[in-house]
Write a protein that binds this ligand. Sequence first.
Ligand code: SF4
Ligand SMILES: [Zn+2]
Length: 361
Amino acid sequence: MSKPSPDVYEQGRGMDAHNKVMRDIRAQKDKTYDPHEPTRVWIDEDRTPGGVYQSLTIILNTGGCRWARAGGCTMCGYVAESVEGGSVAHDALMDQIDVCLDHEQEQIEAGEADGKSGLIKIYTSGSFLDEREVGAETRRAIAETFADRERIVVESLPDFVDREKLADFTEQGLDTDVAIGLETATDRVRHDCVNKYFDFEDFIEASEHAEAAGAGVKAYLLMKPPFLSESEAIEDMKSSVRRCAEYAHTVSMNPTNVQRYTMVDELYFRDGYRPPWLWSVAEVLEDTADADAIVVSDPVGHGSDRGPHNCGECDDRVQKAIKDFDIRQDPSVFAEVSCECEATWDAVVEREKSFSLPLAR
Ligand code: SF4
Ligand SMILES: [Zn+2]
């Protein structure tokens, strides 16, 4: 893992302080989970460089992210969902995969899915390529299980991306992508607002390892971490999408939502945080439509106070335009939606400062 400068390790300052707050918040969690069940599984549709695929998305329960144990990212509630004790055995992980395959089969039988999904996306509560979460034996068994599909995406922090691990998938003839939670291309924002420890340089290095394995990169960006005003968040995403497009064929730009047991939740509870407007998401997608990458967004919890939202009247329409854009990559979809609340959004973008957050609900 990359080392922040020594001064951020000073007791009670910088990352050390962020981590301490997050450990205290997460200590409140009281849930336990079954290691034989995935955290979540669902069937969806995704645009990839190889076309639009039906996708089976799996969130494996692997015991949790290493970084989250140190404290972790300000918005991340995944760790509250992870297994006590820190690691999940091979057999239990393979049971989770079986549950996912059964789910897919049930969907096919119910007429909800159109045969087996061509695209498999595997996320964990951390890094699929971290062998403390998913050992080499399990990784290879999973690669074999899905060898009959066309594409696979596995999630990882940049530190764990290496050529041999990805070769387990490419050697099965799968078009392989590694999904990296970069969050932003701006190091200052990633360190101070997200509390993520690595640098943009590390992301570039990981993309080079992926390329050497014949794999691609899908970058995940986070719109509006805490402490940024609406306009700062928009600018941060516009520049991040463009910088990422140089290294990633797909950029998934996702607005922050307020998850339980996070610093964002504490701020939100004290009226110090509002998730981004859906207009802001549309603005970034429209502005960066000429970037040399597929740019998509999946606003989770749209229209609710804890998720990205507008006025309540237009949220579903704007969300639909965003989902249309994801599949068609055509910015003209945004010209078809409008609402009176755009005037409020304009005023917020113009006037909100980071010391007066949030200016409107
Ligand atoms: S966002 Fe990723 S790196 Fe950060 S704490 Fe959550 S799982 Fe770990
Ligand atoms: Zn509106």
